[in-house]
Design a protein around this ligand. Sequence first.
Ligand code: GLU
Length: 435
Amino acid sequence: MNDSLFQDAKQQLNDAAKYVSISDDTIERLKEPKSRLIVSIPVRMDNGELKVFKGYRVRYDDTRGPTKGGIRFHPNVSIDEVDSLAFWMTFKCAVLKLPFGGAKGGITVDPKKLTRFELDRLSRGYINAIADFIGPDVDIPAPDMYTNPMIMGWMMDQYSIIQRKIVPAVITGKPVSMGGSLGRKTATAMGVFFVMQSLIPKFTKSGKKITVAIQGFGNVGSNLADLLYQAGYQVMAVSDETGGIYSAMGLDIPYIKGFKESTRDLKEVYAKGSVRELMGYEHISNDDLLKLDVDVLVPAALENQITCENAADIRAKVIVEAANGPITREAEKVLEQRGIPVVPDILANAGGVTVSYFEWVQNRMGHYWSEEKIHGLLKEKMTEETRMMWDIATSKNIPMRTAAYVHALNRIEQAVNARGTKVYYTGVDKKGEDV
Ligand code: GLU
């Protein structure tokens, strides 16, 4: 993993700070995470061996409320990555006006190599290690890459065993039968979809089908492809870790999604098949996919996919970041010079944490809403915050990412100021003048 991911992430904050009158107190607070926990998780493997895995939980900032963010299981998980993801969660929650700060967690592991029993023990071992660090009013984890409702269920169960009471609100993204929310599984994709419905018409010609390429066919990529297909967009290419498929006529997404799901045994945690096994479509690499001549490019996989190596070859009219941090800072400069707008991750993929918030509220009320109600609330929130971000971007003539940070910073600043600032305590402003 790139060592400078976190440094890069923090630069996005500096870019935005130029456009908003923000106190030194706020900038100072946001420079480093509130706390970092690094743990060793011993797991008895099925062959009797003991393996020790490295786990992390970073709570970035809790000025606006308990911290919130997912748990990633991936071989590339590092403290640098978790710091960055926790930083982005802080702004994501503020952009969506959720009463949360940001956090993130992860384990350095290739979960596809573990058996079901090993995965269960690892998930519970992680909670044993971080139980004192989380809680419904402190820090609330959720799924992220390669973690899913079943894993969240094991984790909630383990936390409840430790606490000797059922604590559903400690984790979101649980199975519905264990207090999960309807609509959570597809929430991130649906959020991206609502943001696209609001913004894409501003960048494309009306009257013709909008073409899209999606990198990544996991929970977000596959559900988004489906929503776009149903809404009449033409999805030209999709990909997974093994590569991509393309059709000049547009792909039959329900067929591809159905195939991918059919390779997942019902009791299995991960799908085994690849979109590449489907006959009749042209094979392309993940890098080719990024360079396709489409209206909208949606990176929905890992960080650092669009770099200075390929940014000059991107042909899409607009990029929508369904993944967290898919564009490096250097690449973003190239895209900006080339006039390719980017709808930023902290807005575009915030639908997941938004429905996580609805799940947390339902857990605390002990009353559960219909899927229709969840979709309605999600649409309202995503559309409203997208509109506010767009107004900032157009009125200040700044990129959408900077506008989203400005929007979030204003809200974080209010919460910092509410506790008292240097000006409040000393009566002297930034320039040293009495106020
Ligand atoms: N992992 C998701 C994200 O990056 C969801 C986090 C949550 O629901 O708390 O936004």
